[in-house]
Design a protein around this ligand. Structure first.
Ligand code: AMO
Length: 428
């Protein structure tokens, strides 16, 4: 007999063969219940003394929770059972028994602390709520690809081993590369720019590594980005693409992941969009008694923006040059400009993205590298790529875990990573 998924068992008649995990069991002496779960749902399995084969009946309350089992039986209407159906078992086979003492609480109301849950992530993923987060994240990935493909962008694969920094020299992981020194990629920034200057619109889902020493609820040492880059474009054009992209992703999640959102108690709405200069933003924050920073927003400032503009993607543009990397275009392409064509996007109280127009003029790029204390010689092939018909271009990067976190209101970014890498964690 072929396997039936639990969701289909609710519509089936007669005999079925189910495979899944024992979620719970109860012994009421003459009747025994077992709740079986698989990736599509849960169903009650009911054993009745005298009716259910004795061997099967005896086994029903003796299987350790979370053990993987095979159950053959018939589907029957049962008004009292969740979903109105139950399985009367003829056969139960233990496929993989779980230890009797589970190291973490895997109930839906688990109170186990996050670090311990992540120590046992493989078991934590037996929880419906943990699965819901990653089902939603999978929809985020698919929605991003769908949006970009409809935009006419080409998905690209970039190198993860680089020879020089792309986001400033301090946060690199060095590694041995034969006789040369190399690093793990901080972003695909330089490569996506080089590609956009020939293929016009490109995107990637790219893993980045940053050796930041701090341990916060919103930083990871390994994270993923939705990267986008297009040519014949400036910051205004790509901010508009980003707004539409996030709105599309939210719409897809709302349509495709209704059950998961309900399980997590999350109500999503398509976000509104607002544009403000850095100066306007800081003035407004000061008015609201928030301590501001000259060339960056503070965490407190980002939270305040959410209070002032709930469910809104706030684009803070005309960002001060001092707070942006060397590749961001200074205003009016002036090397000593105070402001830039760079921006950050703040959504639900957190920076989800930064981006901007890039420097596509080799001489200006060399000067900007020097201003940032970097050596243009280390960037030769990148600078040279702009000597052969490289048009003005712009783009952005969105933190995938950050976006998951702010959409679902998760208290810690590690909830949005299957196997997080932070200062303390390298396993599992
Ligand atoms: P930036 O460094 O701002 O820009 O990164 C883009 C977005 O990625 C997320 N992010 C992180 N998430 C978790 N942990 C971290 N340590 C972390 N660092 C960044 C944030 C952030 O907004 N190359 C540019 C993008 C561009 O201009 O195209 C870049 O990497 O959500």
């Amino acid at each position: 007999m072929e396997r039936t998924l639990i969701a289909d068992a609710f519509k089936a008649k007669g005999k079925v063969l189910l495979k899944g995990w024992v979620h719970d069991s109860r012994d009421l002496s003459k009747v025994k219940f077992l709740v079986l779960k698989d990736r599509t749902g849960r169903i009650q399995v009911t054993g009745v003394s005298g009716k259910t084969p004795e061997k099967v009946f005896n086994l029903m309350d003796k299987i350790n929770k979370e053990s993987a089992v095979l159950i053959e039986g018939s589907v029957q209407d049962s008004p009292k059972a969740p979903g109105g159906k139950e399985i009367l078992p003829d056969k139960i086979e233990i496929l993989a028994e779980a230890d009797v003492n589970l190291p973490i609480d895997v109930s839906d109301f688990s109170k186990t602390e996050l670090p311990k849950r992540i120590d046992y992530r493989f078991l934590d993923l037996h929880r419906e709520k943990a699965q819901a987060i990653f089902k939603i994240q999978s929809t985020l990935l698919q929605a991003y690809r769908k949006f970009m493909t409809e935009e006419g962008a080409i998905e690209a694969i970039f190198p993860s081993i680089i020879s020089s920094s792309s986001e400033g020299g301090t946060e690199l992981y060095p590694l041995k590369y034969f006789e040369k020194s190399a690093y793990l990629s901080q972003s695909c920034q330089l490569y996506k720019q080089m590609l956009a200057c020939s293929m016009e619109k490109v995107f990637a889902v790219f893993t980045v590594w940053r050796a930041e020493k701090h341990n916060t609820i919103r930083h990871l040492n390994e994270s993923r980005q939705f990267d986008f880059e297009m040519c014949f474009a400036d910051d205004k054009i790509v901010m508009d693409v980003l707004a539409k992209c996030v709105q599309f992703i939210v719409k897809e999640v709302m349509e495709i992941r209704k059950n998961e959102l309900e399980l997590l108690g999350v109500q999503l709405k398509i976000p509104k969009v607002k544009y403000m200069t850095f100066k306007e933003t800081n003035d407004l924050l000061k008015k609201n008694k928030i301590v501001t920073n000259e060339h960056d927003l503070t965490g407190e400032g980002e939270k305040k923006l959410n209070e002032l503009f709930p469910n809104t993607i706030v684009f803070v543009h005309d960002w001060p040059m001092a707070g942006k990397p060397f590749y961001i275009m200074p205003k009016d392409a002036k090397v000593d400009a105070i402001l830039s064509n760079g921006f950050d996007a703040i959504y639900n109280g957190m920076e989800i993205s930064s981006g901007g127009q890039r420097v596509h003029i080799p001489e200006l790029l060399e000067k900007r590298l020097k201003v940032k204390g970097l050596n243009p010689k280390d960037f030769k092939s990148y600078i040279d790529s702009f000597r052969f018909g490289a048009p003005p271009h712009a783009g952005w990067g969105v933190g995938v875990e950050r976006l998951t976190m702010v959409l679902l209101g998760l208290p810690n970014i590690r909830e949005a990573v299957l196997f997080p890498r932070d200062r303390e964690r390298l396993t599992p």
